[in-house]
Design a protein around this ligand. Sequence first.
Ligand SMILES: [Zn+2]
Length: 409
Amino acid sequence: MRRFARMRCDRTVAAVTSDMVAKRMKKQTWAVPALQRFALLTVLVTLAGCAEPVVKRYEFDDQLMRREMIEHVKAVIAKSHADEERLWAVASPILREGVPLCGEAVGVSLGWRLHGLGDYKGSSVQIEAVAEYYGGAAFNTYRPMVKFTVPGGPAEKAGIKAGDIVVKVGDYTMLKGPTAVNAFYREAPKIDLKGKDSIRIVVERNEREISFDVALELQCDFPLIVQISPEQNAFADGRHIVFTTGMLRDASDYHLAIIFGHELAHNAMLHIQKTEENLDMAIVAGTVIDIALLVVGVDTNRGATRYLMDQARNYKSVEFENEADYIGMYFLARAGYEFHDAASLWRFMATHNPDSIYAVSTHPPTPERALALRRTAREIQDLIDRGEEIMPKLPDDWVGPVREKNPES
Ligand SMILES: [Zn+2]
């Protein structure tokens, strides 16, 4: 407390005097030297008058401080590694079993995440911490390493382990160097998989090369990203699905799965693209109106465009949320998750944001969402009872996302 009070004291005095000097300098240049001396004197006198702590602050040598900094960064790495691994474990069955709902946005997944030292940016302390945490001379020489395997995924089933150095994938030989992992993901789509149901992977473990045949499995191609933020949030951007560390901190694995299904549904049902199309239309229409008004002498300052863009951003957003809840339940049930209790998510969300129980703006109120999820759960249970496939009711002409393959999978 003392330290804080003193720091504030320093800042205030310095700010007041320099401001005063600056103002006076503009008016009377002849008085500058005298004023500067006066300002300096004021600062010194006031600092001397500031209260100080009675206990002395420890001093540590630079090397000891650096060592402790590295240990702190390693703790951060351990936490984000655990977060990422947990989210992939929760999401993978949903991505795998959801393929029929992802249109053309599907790709081969080996159920692993690769990384190399070159993927990390930061200060020398941060890079040293990364190298130490993941360890081994191989990682230090920028060779691609298995960061983790997804439980039940093809790589894990074949016997590949976190920490394995990847040497070859099919006929592709891994590069060595800071861009090796990026180069692999760029080249991966060109690897010849025609007519194959598995791929030969060579890894280096304990300085020995081992080969594995890894099954080729399809999954929805929307990579996951963990964003470091205390805010509780998850969102889809049309290509990725992003979860904040705040959301991972608060939500159980089960609730993460429900939220993941919902976000995946936003991407699969093209909600982001549809909103962008509406925004483009709003910009065109708004610009026409603004120009027309300008011609007759009314400068709207792009007011019509901004108004229409606001409308477009929120147009049908409640309906999009409902649709994502509905399709998300199908993703959840297809993956084998328990789905009858999914409505509990909305009570959990309400405990973090009680306003969401009543407010109706861009999202449906949480009680309505809970009731709708229960209704969908009954619909899915009926399909299971009748021995039918767990697929939602979609228009006959529905095709889902159409796009080129995502190079990040
Ligand atoms: Zn949503």
